[in-house]
Design a protein around this ligand. Structure first.
Ligand code: AMP
Ligand code: GLY
Length: 438
């Protein structure tokens, strides 16, 4: 039997990690990436079609007789790329537009949690600024104010005081700083605790939990500075022991999948739960309808099972195993960013040192914002590379990732020096070896 023809949608670090894993499948025939990047180009044929051009993706899948399309980012999912593919009789890994509302509408998601008793922060949904402000006071002043719609990870404002929360509400509802995404806001209780990301595959009925991971959203060491898409990640997350993972599966993930089916929006794909582990137990902060980036870059190297049949089972609604196998080693990913990111940054800067970094044992460099110009590899985004190391434990993987990251050179690069710090603290350890500066 000839291998499957697979199309991977997206062109960031997450998609390079997915391509890297899919390419190891003995069931794979041809892998296409739309648009891909110079990293995915090592294992896939890149097609210059934008990830959010839904019609062009569906045309491509039809023209190339694609058996399975795996969608990486949230935007095409929210735009209905899976609906478009299925309308053409093409199978896809990812939720339909209606099911993607779990991420694309925070108000929908929070109301669903409320209707189905899924533990989450106390909240209210508002389009009236006066009512939103009144609710802030009901919460006691500290609050988190969020845009209802997608805002590229920047739509949640943590407010330490009522005046900050009132300003955030004004920015969203009155000054429309976030455009239409902020035409409705969710105001919620400010939870204290440690965050963890939990991932699961689901075909709409069965749920297969994946390993835990934790990312680092703030741009600077010590979790200082503005939030980014994620400056690094590690897996497993020692903060989530198996009993707690089981509790999350029982009280959060399974009830959500049942709720989505019951409400006529069966959910298929990967479900990414952002949780706060509070003194009162795990609370769901939000869902994403895709893999995390850079969490995917630490999950894929640890996954033993073949990803492709799992994706096929999800797309076909065929039933999933109740668990998959993980390598016992830990994975750590350090994101190398452009100077200025998450603000303004330059692009087109030549990159060096990837081969040297990958010569370190256990290291893979995933491309995120890179491009090939006149045969040279250059920067093309804010998050440029994800240097990932797989080693015996978290301290060893941290040391290996930093030793490899020190090989990378481009003008103005920066990265956090403390990826994994919470895990190291929890494990009561410092990284082995020296953390080398570039
Ligand atoms: P979200 O866009 O909902 O993922 O929120 C972005 C980030 O804001 C989360 O990863 C948390 O770090 C933080 N956050 C969101 N909601 C809350 C909350 N209710 N309490 C405390 N922190 C929160
Ligand atoms: N790393 C956070 C995200 O993918 O949303």
């Amino acid at each position: 039997m000839s291998g499957l023809r697979v199309l991977l949608v997206g062109g960031g670090g997450r998609e390079h990690a997915l391509a890297w894993k899919l390419a190891r499948s003995p069931r794979l025939g041809t892998l296409y990436a739309a648009p891909g990047n110079p990293g995915t180009a090592r294992v896939a044929e890149c097609v210059p079609v934008r990830a959010d051009d839904v019609a062009a993706i569906a045309d491509l899948a039809e023209r190339e007789r694609i058996d399975l399309t795996v969608v990486g980012p949230e935007v095409p999912l929210a735009l209905g790329v899976v609906d478009a593919l299925e309308a053409r009789g093409r199978r896809a890994f990812g939720p339909t537009r209606a099911a993607a509302a779990l991420e694309s509408s925070k108000a929908f998601a929070k109301d669903l949690f409320d209707r189905h008793g899924i533990p989450t922060a106390r909240f209210g949904t508002f389009d009236d600024p006066g009512r939103a402000r009144a609710f802030v006071h009901e919460l006691g002043g500290r609050a988190v104010v969020k845009t209802d719609g997608l805002a590229a990870g920047k739509g949640a404002i943590l407010c330490g005081s009522a005046s900050e929360a009132e300003r955030a509400i004004g920015d969203m509802l009155e000054r429309r700083v976030f455009g239409d995404a902020g035409a409705r806001v969710v105001v919620e209780e400010y939870l204290e605790g440690e965050e963890v990301s939990v991932f699961a595959l689901t075909d709409g009925r069965t749920v297969c939990p994946l390993a835990s991971a934790q990312d680092h959203k703030a741009v600077f060491d010590g979790d200082q500075g503005p939030n980014t898409g994620g400056m690094g990640a590690y897996s497993p997350a020692p903060v989530l022991p198996p009993v707690l993972a089981e509790e999350v599966l029982r009280t959060v993930l399974r009830p959500t999948i049942r709720a989505m089916s019951a409400e006529g929006r069966p959910y298929r794909g990967v479900l990414y739960a952002g949780l706060m582990l509070t003194a009162a137990g795990p609370r769901l902060l939000e869902y994403n309808v895709r893999f995390g980036d850079p969490e995917c870059q630490v999950l894929m190297p640890r996954l033993v099972d073949d990803l492709l049949p799992l994706c096929e089972a999800v797309a076909a609604g065929r039933g999933l195993p109740s668990s998959v196998a993980w390598r016992p080693e830990a994975a750590v990913c350090v994101v190398i960013a452009s100077g200025g990111y998450p603000g303004e940054y330059r692009t087109g800067l030549p990159i060096e040192g990837i081969e040297r970094a990958e010569a370190h044992p256990g290291v893979t460099v995933f491309h995120a914002g890179t491009a090939r110009r006149d045969g040279r590899l250059t920067t093309a985004g804010g998050r440029v590379l994800g240097v990932t190391a797989l080693e015996g434990d978290i301290p060893a993987a941290v040391a290996a990732a930093y030793a490899a990251a020190a090989e990378i050179r481009f003008d103005g690069l920066h990265y956090r020096r403390d990826i994994g710090h919470r895990a190291l603290q929890r494990l009561g350890q410092r990284p082995r070896g020296t953390v080398v500066s570039p």
